[in-house]
Structures are given as C-alpha cells and as structure tokens.
Design a protein around this ligand. Sequence first.
Ligand code: TYD
Length: 211
Amino acid sequence: MLAGRFITLEGGEGCGKSTQSRLLAEWLRTKHIDVVQTREPGGTPGAEAIRALLLQGEAQKWDGVTEVLLFTAARRDHVEKVIKPAMARGAWVVCDRFADSTMAYQGYGHRLDRHIVTTLYTTAIGGFAPDLTLVLDIDVATGLDRARRVTGRDQDRFENMDMGFHERLREGFLTIAKAEPERCAVVDARGAVDEVQAQLRKTISERLQVR
Ligand code: TYD
C-alpha cells in the first residue's frame, strides 16, 4: 500500500524544473505534508554514481541502448530504495525528471526505438508510475538561453545537442502528455518563476486535492 503521492516534473533544458520543484516541496510542507524532494538520474548513492557515468565525458560515450540501461538501472534503485519507501510511510515525493525524460531524450531526441524504452521500463519498474506529471513547456530558444544564463555552464553533455534535438525533445514531452492526459499536465514555463509556480500549485490542488 502506497499512501503517499508521486509527482514528477519534466521538460527540456532551461524550463526551470529544479527551482519549481524546490518551491513546490516548500509549499506542500506548509500543508503539513511529509515531502521528499529528489531528482533523476540520481537520488541514491548508487544512482548518483551512475549519474556521473552518464553525464560526464564525451557526447558519444555510450550507445543509445546502453544509455537507457544505465538510466533505467539508476531509476530502479531510486524507486525501490527511496520513492516507494517514502510513499509507503505516507510521504509525497517530488521528483525532478523521471521516466518521461528517458522517452523524450533517448526515444524522441536520440531516436532510439521507443519500444525498447517502454520494454525496459516495464521490465525494471513494472506498473509503477507517477500520480501526476507536470510538463514544463518552453520554446527551445528561450529554454536554451535561460539554461546558459542560469548555469553559466556549457559542459553538460546533454545541453550540447543541436537545435533539432531540442525540438524533438519538446515534441516528445508534448506527445507523451497528450497520450496520457490523466497523468500529465502541460504548464507554460515562459513566465516568471512566481507565475509558473502558481500554475503548478493550481494544477496539483485540482488533481490531487490539496487544500
Ligand atoms: P541535469 O544537470 O540534472 O539537468 P536538468 O537540470 O536539465 O534536469 O542533467 C540531467 C540530464 O540528463 C538532462 O540533460 C536530461 C538527461 N536525461 C536523459 O537524457 N534521460 C533520462 O532518463 C533522464 C532522467 C535525464
């Protein structure tokens, strides 16, 4: 029995997920909800080690299938050791990226066979899925501009893909959201932090009955 709720935030580069996740966790805590804020890839020592393997180094370091296997291995560790135990004790989990990122980045972005992405998810994670996925949507140019300004970095290998990649990524997230409207909600992420946060809170209040 999982009494808690599982909320994921998804979106392309520079959509502001990390800031928004933190603010959502703070807000839910004011409602006296026990909140676990986490992220992928990562969230456990093992998954953080896999994260380092994935995000550092050459862009062509792993082939597509190997990459999905690594993301999926990290995800299983995270789900089994952090997410499900937290939900079992009644906590709400707010997670910055989850499986939709694998479908969008590896499936749509890198054009890996989407059937492989789905099969590996089902094999490793089974029928477990988020209660609510918030897709933060922003046009590619604005998102990339923001990502560069905010982080001042250019080293993350997933940020160094061409524009076509980022366009496919955005399409991917929107397609996933359209296919699963009960689980997903698309939120316009172009506004100021406060405006986007207000939209996210409204969506959570409506969908998960937070008062
Ligand atoms: P991170 O620095 O956490 O970026 P962001 O702030 O955009 O979340 O790096 C995570 C990177 O990994 C990001 O570029 C998206 C990518 N990623 C995948 O390609 N597939 C996945 O399944 C996940 C979870 C992330």
